[in-house]
Ligand binder design. Structure first.
Ligand SMILES: Nc1ncnc2c1ncn2[C@@H]1O[C@H](COP(=O)(O)OP(=O)(O)OP(=O)(O)O)[C@@H](O)[C@H]1O
Length: 479
């Protein structure tokens, strides 16, 4: 393995890395940094926790120190928390050169951000939505002269998930210069390779870690088969066991919706587990505060939606629990990648119900390392002992949440989002209701047709049987 100086990195950056405990480059750094320093576009696909951030931060800082100006580099990332984490890496590694950075994310004051942008920071780290808003509404800053455009978690930025960044990306791409260096990184690039090549047009250097398995070796991956109704009891049991057996511990639990995240958090708090949550229905300041409390181990359990599944680097996390089985292997890869980072060991446990078996099969297709974990009979009995208590606790928390304005807030947020997208929420609601009506009419129509076909088939079968019977009788009579 080569060292940082043989990759062409300056002494001051090597010293800075040493201070952070980084003495030898990881594979992705060793392979991607030289082409980036040569001026090439780069696409880097490497496992979670393998040091992709430093693989782009270090060459950018080196180039910036040779010709410092603002705005030199723009980094786009899908979540606000990740933007802060990346900016921090830039700040720490770029301290000796007096790096000025600026974070542009939603949920924070726009005027303060506009002011910061107008001061021409060296590096801007942004989520696409808020940066596109600034581009549309202000002419006090320009990204026309950037040298580097970086898309971290690039595949997520391009996929059309529940948060669709494509329109905002179009605005941003129209505002950056054609002549630039584009760097794209993720642990799961391959699904969106063609789209990504459209952004990194400059014959990009593509590097992918050579491995048949897409998760790290240090990760012990388990799943537990449980009936849906017993799932929460297993969760409580698992946490209790972990708490009893370990002194220094920290767990991330992923679930599918904000509401579920909220309910589970309330439940775990009822059982006196030091739990805190992170989801997109929370105020941004609360999100940052909760993450900070979890990072500093004030709270040992973080229950989150997929807003926390990508990129977050919290070395103390030893266990990841999937309260729901992820629908896509790539979501699974990023979630379990919150543990076993940078060579550390970690465990992931996925709770699989009778409805999720097919999802496990599709994950196993890409990650054959997932092992079925069976509790000893004695422990299963322990789980069943707390079942009623846990299910009552869930119901109580659900009732408590229903008495708050949680659902109402969700509705208001949806309406706000529509207004921001230039849609009329009432017209959209009407259209949705009409679509729903058409869909259910279609479904009914289909069901009726099927019923008629079945009846006809049944009738024909009866007729056929009757005919056969008559023929048989005739044959018997003639003999
Ligand atoms: N060369 C190195 N040697 C040791 N540790 C490193 C090195 N480079 C980075 N690290 C550390 O490894 C950890 C993970 O790095 P990073 O967050 O960049 O991972 P990643 O590949 O971006 O993961 P993800 O795909 O989850 O976003 C960080 O704490 C970082 O400081």
């Amino acid at each position: 393995m080569s060292d940082f100086s043989s990759l062409g990195l300056s002494d001051w950056l090597i010293q800075q890395c040493k201070q952070m405990g980084i003495s030898k480059p990881t594979q992705v750094q060793e392979n991607c940094m030289p082409p980036i320093l040569e001026g090439r576009d780069c696409m880097g696909c490497a496992k979670t926790g393998s040091g992709k951030t430093a693989a782009f931060v270090l060459p950018v800082l080196q180039k910036l120190s040779e010709d410092p100006y603002g705005i030199f580099c723009l980094v786009l990332t899908p979540t606000r928390e990740l933007a802060y984490q990346i900016a921090e890496q830039f700040r720490v590694l770029g301290k000796p050169m007096g790096l000025r950075d600026c974070i542009i994310v939603g949920g924070m004051d726009m005027i303060t951000q506009a002011l910061e942008l107008s001061k021409k920071p060296h590096v801007v780290v942004a989520t696409p939505g808020r940066l596109a808003d600034h581009i549309r509404s202000s002419d006090t800053f320009s990204i026309k002269k950037i040298q580097f455009l970086i898309l971290d978690e690039a595949d997520r930025l391009l996929e059309q998930g529940c948060t669709d960044f494509t329109k905002d990306l179009e605005v941003i791409l129209a505002a950056v210069p054609v002549k630039r260096q584009t760097l794209l990184f993720s642990a799961t690039l391959t699904d969106t390779l063609q789209e990504l090549k459209g952004i990194a047009m400059n014959k990009p250097f593509f590097w992918e870690s050579k491995s048949e398995v897409r998760t790290v070796e240090e990760l012990d991956q388990r799943y537990i088969l449980t009936p849906e109704k017993v799932k929460d009891a297993y969760l409580v049991h698992l946490i209790q066991k972990f708490q009893d057996e370990h002194d220094d511990w920290s767990i991330m639990i992923f679930t599918n919706t904000c509401k579920n995240c909220q309910i589970l958090t309330m439940m775990m708090q009822k059982f006196n587990f030091p739990t805190i949550s992170l989801h997109s229905m929370m105020k941004q300041k609360q999100r940052f505060a909760n993450l900070a409390k979890f990072k500093s181990s004030v709270f040992k359990i973080l229950i989150a939606t997929d807003v926390a599944s990508r990129g977050l680097d919290i070395p103390t996390v030893q266990v990841v629990i999937n309260h729901n089985t992820p629908g896509l292997p790539k979501i699974y890869i990023h979630r379990v990648g919150r543990t076993a980072r940078a060579g550390r060991h970690g465990v992931s446990i996925t709770l699989v119900t009778q409805y999720d078996i097919h999802l496990v099969h599709s994950i196993e297709g890409q990650i054959p390392q997932m092992n079925l974990f069976c509790f000893p009979l004695l422990e299963e009995k322990e789980v069943l002992k707390i079942l009623t208590q846990v299910n009552v606790a869930r119901r109580e928390c659900e009732i408590k949440l229903e008495s708050t304005d949680f659902d109402e807030k969700k509705e208001i947020n949806k309406r706000k989002q529509m207004i921001l997208e230039g849609k009329d929420p009432d017209v959209e609601a009407k259209r949705k209701a009409e679509l729903e009506k058409i869909r259910s009419e279609k479904k009914l129509f289909k069901e009726r047709i099927q019923e008629t076909i079945q009846k006809k088939q049944h009738g024909m079968q009866k007729k056929l049987m009757k005919q056969k019977h008559i023929q048989k009788e005739k044959a018997v009579k003639s003999t």
